[in-house]
Structures are given as C-alpha cells and as structure tokens.
Write a protein that binds this ligand. Structure first.
Ligand SMILES: [Ca+2]
Length: 315
C-alpha cells in the first residue's frame, strides 16, 4: 500500500488509530476539525492487535497502514533465553552479539507454542501462524508496525520477568537491555521486517497492564530501553533512525508531562491513549505540554509527534 502524506493536518486529528476488530462499524461518521493548524503530520490509519485473527487482506481492504503489535517478554522470551538471570551483560552483548542465544529467538518467531504467535493470550482459538508470517506480510504490504516492548504483560506474564519489574538491579537491567536489543536485532538485523517504531510498554500508569514500578522507575526504564534500541541502530543499521514512543499512558495521565521534563531525550514521540468520544480536551492538553519551552539543553523539543488511539478490545 502506498503511504500518503498530507501537507497539514488541522487541530483535533493528528492521527487516530482506528479500531480493528470484528465488531460492527457505524455506517457513517462525523469528523470535526478546527481552523488552527498545529503543525504538519503524516497521515496514518491504524489498528491495534485484537488477538483474534490476522489477514493481511483486512489491512489492504480497509486502508490500514499502521499496526500496533504487542511484542515483549510474554510473547518472545517466555523463559530467560539463556537460562541464567543477569547474563549476558550489556558489555557482553556490545563486545559480541553472539552472546545472545539466537537459536532461541530464531525459533520463537518460527515455531511459537501451539503454532500460534498469540499463544500467550491464553485463548487457543486465535490465529495460528508465526511472527515471521505476520511481520513479513505487514512489511510487504507497506504497513508500518509500531512494536510494543514490555517486560510483564496484563496477565503478569512471563513469571520469570517479575524480578525485573521494574529492572532496578544490575541483573535485571542486563536482562531488559538484552531483550530490547534482541528484539530489534532479530527483527531488523538478522531479518528485515523494516520496523522502526518502538513503544515502551503499555499503559505503565495502569497497574492492570503489567508495569510494576513507579513513574520514576518508568523514566529509568524508558532511558534504558531507548539506549538498547539506539545501540542497535547506531551499530548495525546505519542511515536508519528509530522512533521511540512513550509513555503510552491512559487518558488524562500526567505522566507525559513528567516524562517530557525528566527524560526528554529518551523518546521522540509522545504516545497517549484517549478513549473519550471527543478527544479534543486531552489531546490539547498533551499538545500544550509539547509546545511549551522545555528547558532542554539544545533549547528545542525532542518530541516530534503525538497520537491517540482508541481500541475496541483491550489486550
Ligand atoms: Ca539471561
């Protein structure tokens, strides 16, 4: 699918990730725009995994050109990939990426448990196929994947990752840095799925979605995650730039404000959820966070974009 860029998007709709699920859609919809331009935005119509099915024809038929995928330890590192907590270290991996058990990673995206890359959702009646099939189909169709990286999911899985939730020990930090590095390296270096959008956890301000730390812990987590992602790009993907999305918080959250002040260089895309029928108020609030003077050393904001999304099915 060709990606279409619009020269300007009016206030009120920077990007809305549409609902991708089997539920019925309204036959008509009303979109209201205001007359004040906020900036220039690319135009995407997106979807979040509903964990029920996968058919690339759904994307092409609906014109969906971005897709949010729930990567993370629950899906691709359900057990510590080398069976030893705390290794390999960050230094080990930087010295030689062969320190990582790539046989694990190659296998997990090829032969998922029960034949389904959604096995971890606990429902056996889900799409049967592996990550390779899904990610290659999306890449070939020109669908831009936003990959979520999380240590623990909404079902508190995987159990072994509880000791790095948050990763506040050296061993835990090694494990998380390794996981973030390995995900990017496996998908973009060992393979070529063309993923450049990385999201740091899901609703960390909502304990029901798995994050076990505080806001300050998340800010450290975001910094650590960004370091691993950017290391892969700087070392193995010359000419490519990752986009890092944070804090992926619930509607009305104050975390974006704090994050932009505390760790402005850890991410370049403000990512918020907004489930209101009228998203104007909170999107305006977040946009105001982004346009105020930030006090960054360079005097410029590091934040490039915001987005909202609404989902029909939580995951
Ligand atoms: Ca390990």
């Amino acid at each position: 699918m060709a990606r279409k860029a619009l020269p300007a998007i009016l206030a009120g709709l920077l990007a809305v990730l549409a609902i991708f699920a089997s539920q019925a859609f309204a036959a008509t919809a009303t979109i209201t725009v205001a007359g004040t331009q906020w900036g220039v935005s690319s135009c995407y119509i997106g979807a979040t995994e509903g964990n029920v099915n996968f058919n690339i024809n759904d994307f092409t038929d609906l014109g969906i050109n971005t897709y949010r995928v729930y990567g993370g330890m629950q899906r691709w590192e359900a057990q510590d990939d080398d069976g030893s907590f705390g290794t390999p270290t960050i230094a080990d991996i930087k010295a030689n990426p062969a320190a990582i058990n790539w046989a694990w990673w190659d296998n997990v995206i090829t032969n998922p448990q029960g034949g389904s890359d959604y096995w971890w959702s606990g429902d056996a009646n889900l799409w049967h196929g592996n990550a390779r099939t899904m990610l290659s189909a999306l890449h070939n169709a020109g669908v831009r994947v936003v990959m979520t990286l999380r240590n623990v999911d909404n079902n508190k899985n995987p159990a072994w990752a509880a000791q790095l939730n948050p990763p506040n020990t050296t061993a835990g930090q090694n494990e998380w840095w390794e996981h973030a590095f390995a995900t990017v390296y496996e998908l973009d270096v060992r393979n070529n799925y063309g993923i450049d959008d990385w999201e740091i956890h899901n609703e960390p301000d909502n304990s029901g979605q798995g994050w076990g730390g505080t806001l300050a812990d998340y800010e450290a987590f975001a910094t650590l995650t960004a370091d691993a992602i950017r290391y892969v790009y700087a070392t193995y993907l010359p000419g490519r730039t990752p986009h890092i999305y944070a804090p992926v918080t619930t509607g009305g959250s104050s975390w974006p404000d704090s994050l932009m002040k505390a760790v402005p260089s850890a991410f370049d895309s403000v990512d918020v959820h907004d489930y209101q029928s009228d998203i104007t108020s909170y999107v305006t609030t977040v946009h105001n966070y982004m346009t105020r003077p930030c006090g960054c050393p360079s005097g410029r904001r590091t934040v490039a974009a915001t987005r909202t999304h609404r989902r029909a099915s939580a995951s």
